[in-house]
Design a protein around this ligand. Structure first.
Ligand SMILES: [Zn+2]
Length: 121
């Protein structure tokens, strides 16, 4: 790893704090990890959410991984975080589905998250 890469790939302290507050109010069944990184252009997405399973990460229980493109400025980065977190919450009942699934359950989760986020200092 190059010397200064670490700063760019780590989510900002503020965003990690935001995630912690949202998770306290609307907890996910599994740990949610957050990464800032430059997403490949071929994915045509500024943010992704995935379930990393035990087969992929041997000594670790499955967790949700939200990746936000490092080029996203605020407040778009925060909105992307809410969007992906809504996927995590709406997947919990039926397990992970297609990431493009913006179901009514996703919309409800997004509305709840947005309402909480708006009240943050
Ligand atoms: Zn989506």
């Amino acid at each position: 790893m190059k010397k200064h890469n670490h700063d760019r790939t780590r989510a900002s302290r503020r965003m990690v704090a935001t995630l912690r507050v949202l998770q306290r109010e609307l907890p996910a069944l599994r740990t949610v990890k957050l990464r800032r990184r430059r997403l490949p252009d071929v994915e045509d997405a500024w943010a992704t959410c995935e379930l990393v399973t035990e087969e992929e990460e041997e000594d670790e229980p499955a967790y949700f991984l939200i990746s936000l493109d490092s080029r996203l400025p605020e407040p778009a980065a925060s909105w992307a975080l809410l969007h992906e977190l809504a996927h995590v919450l709406s997947w919990q009942t039926g397990g992970p589905r297609d990431e493009t699934d913006h179901s009514p359950e996703w919309g409800l989760a997004m509305a709840r998250l947005y309402a909480l986020w708006e009240l943050l200092p």
